[in-house]
Design a protein around this ligand. Structure first.
Ligand code: FES
Length: 573
């Protein structure tokens, strides 16, 4: 049933005949608005992650205006509110460290101001989970507006993908097979327009996952950032959020265990980023949904990879859009989905994908000709990862998915940079590269260091993949036989901390095992010598982060931000 103006949350600020409400009204009027322009209308926050350093969001000023137009036209009152940018390329040690900061900011901005609903503008990797985590916690009506992928890169007349092509070219350059001139031309052509990375990296994965969760308009996540359709979608977000406020349709009425299954299946069918595992668990815990690593593995065993997109495949997000986009992909796996799940649109997920067609079966493959019949991601357990680890099996060398070899250990990332190319490093193609202290606490911020570089000597000998193990994450645009998110992490005493050069390690992806083949008695002795390595000398937020961040298998959220249904509305005096 539609709410009345008196039932709007903002009415508490603007409606009463009190001294405080007088102050609120007079200060909105100070900005040049008449009473009839805001009182009794849904107040819509446009949370904008634009800034001069947010290279993936350079179109967001225009998009905010288009959202604003939609809000006005539907009878709402738009207020654009800037929130922090998490610019993946620039923020150190990792934008991941600041995901929870933006999540907290989103929650607190929406709660503390007279906001009835919000359009959340994000897309660059961590902005998407951060905005949605905060929105789930505050539980006001929201629509997530995805930034959209940038256009295909162009290098010497051929399309090239964010990250993926760069890693390959860098390996060739390290092997002495790529000229300085060619390398510079790649730098000029790899990022040609506004928008997020256009491979199936974390940005494309998470915007699709949020659409499948039901929190974006159908088809929104696939639209290239610079396509005119993107601007029309932004205006549609503005119109629809006003309706959602009148309907009082909140994330808690949309996001359910079924919608998380839909989101996971989406990630898997896309061959999406391993980072989605962490972010979806964090989102689920905010929503009070019990989501474990095992659920990803179970769904991975039954979900085919259909999107032939880099880094696991050949094409790019622009091709995906022309091929029909996410709606078409979901239509191909509709038997696996819970079609009754709700969305911010007027109907269910089933309604959202109804009539969707694939226009190019090379980009969105048919069920009987998948990129991989199953197993996009695999969850591993074993003596080296008691609380789990993740591998993107479709981006790995199949010959390495069962492998046993001696460890070559790097104590931290600085050690990698100092010694990886040391000609005396005792490394062979069969070695297992191990990186410690790169987890949520140890780094801190769990940077994307998990695709350890192949030592130059091996690159020059033609080696292009090796087994690599760490408590780090990996860019969604990366590839290789990289075991990631090992939990517990080394810095707090996970078994990874005890690995030494020469230890035998066994990886068995089909058997979902990761084991350190060292006798228990020896490990007990090493443990007696171990001291935790929690970083010191951090800023205020850094201190908060290392004290409260959870391990990767729990989503790396702060331990005090799990579902809290009893948070009070602010008192207005
Ligand atoms: Fe923004 Fe890749 S740098 S999505």
């Amino acid at each position: 049933m539609k709410r009345t103006p008196e039932q709007l949350r903002s009415h508490r600020w603007f409606g009463p005949d009190t001294l405080r409400a007088f102050g609120h009204r007079s200060r909105i009027k100070q900005m040049g608005y008449a009473l009839e322009e805001f009182q009794g209308r849904p107040v819509i926050a446009i949370l904008n992650t634009w800034s001069d350093i947010a290279c993936c969001h350079t179109h967001f000023r225009d998009r905010a205006e288009q959202v604003r137009r939609g809000v006005w036209s539907a009878g709402g009152f738009p207020l654009e509110i800037p929130v922090t940018s998490l610019a993946e390329q620039f923020q150190k040690p990792s934008a991941m460290m600041y995901r929870n900061l933006l999540a907290m900011e989103t929650e607190e901005v929406l709660r503390s101001y007279p906001i009835d609903g919000a359009v959340l503008m994000g897309g660059c990797d961590k902005t998407t989970p951060a905005l949605v985590m905060g929105a789930i916690s505050v539980d006001l009506p929201v629509i997530f507006l995805p930034a959209g992928p940038m256009l295909r890169g162009n290098w010497r007349g051929r399309p090239v993908g964010s990250g993926t092509e760069v890693w390959r070219a860098w390996a060739e350059r390290q092997a002495g097979k790529l000229s300085e001139c060619a390398w510079r031309e790649l730098e000029d052509g790899i990022a040609r327009s506004p928008g997020h990375c256009m491979t199936m990296g974390t940005a494309s994965t998470m915007t699709a996952a949020v659409e499948a969760l039901g929190l974006s308009l159908p088809g929104a996540s696939s639209i290239p950032a610079v396509d005119a359709t993107h601007g029309r979608m932004a205006a549609a977000c503005g119109r629809r959020i006003v309706e959602l406020v009148w309907e009082d349709r909140r994330p808690s009425t949309i996001v359910t265990p079924s919608s998380f299954d839909n989101a996971i299946i989406t990630v898997l069918a896309l061959g999406g980023s391993t980072n989605a595992v962490i972010h979806l668990i964090a989102l689920a815990r905010r929503a009070g949904v019990d989501l474990s690593l095992e659920r990803f593995d179970a769904l991975s065993r039954m979900t085919p990879v259909l999107a032939d997109i880099q880094p696991g495949g050949r094409h790019l997000m622009e091709d995906f859009y022309y091929a029909g986009g996410l709606r078409a992909l979901l239509a191909r796996v509709r038997e696996l989905l819970v079609l009754e799940a709700g969305t911010v649109a007027e109907g269910s997920l089933g309604d959202a994908i109804s009539g969707a067609e694939v226009h190019d079966s090379e980009v969105i493959r048919p069920i009987d000709r998948p990129v991989s019949p199953s197993g996009a991601l695999a969850i591993l357990h074993g003596s080296l990862a008691p609380d789990g680890a993740v591998i993107k099996a479709v981006a790995a060398d199949p010959a390495l998915l069962r492998h046993r070899g001696p460890a070559v250990v790097f104590e931290d990332q600085a050690d990698v940079e100092a010694r990886a190319d040391d000609p005396d490093l005792p490394v062979t193609p069969d070695s297992v590269l191990v990186l410690k202290r790169s987890g949520p606490i140890g780094a801190p911020g769990m940077p994307e260091w998990g695709m350890l570089p192949i030592p130059r000597r091996l690159l020059q000998a033609g080696v292009r993949d090796m087994v690599r193990i760490s408590d780090a994450r990996m860019s969604g645009t990366s590839y290789g036989t990289c075991v990631l998110h090992v939990a517990p992490e080394a810095a707090v005493g996970g078994p990874l901390a005890l690995v030494r050069d020469g230890d035998e390690i066994e990886l068995d992806v089909p058997g979902r095992r990761l084991d350190l083949l060292v006798p228990d008695q020896e490990l007990r002795g090493r443990r007696a010598d171990f001291t935790p390595t929690v970083p010191t000398g951090l800023s205020g937020y850094g201190e908060l982060y290392v004290r409260h961040v959870t391990q990767a298998n729990l989503g790396c959220d702060f331990d005090f931000l799990a579902r809290r249904a009893d948070v009070r509305e602010p008192v207005i005096h």
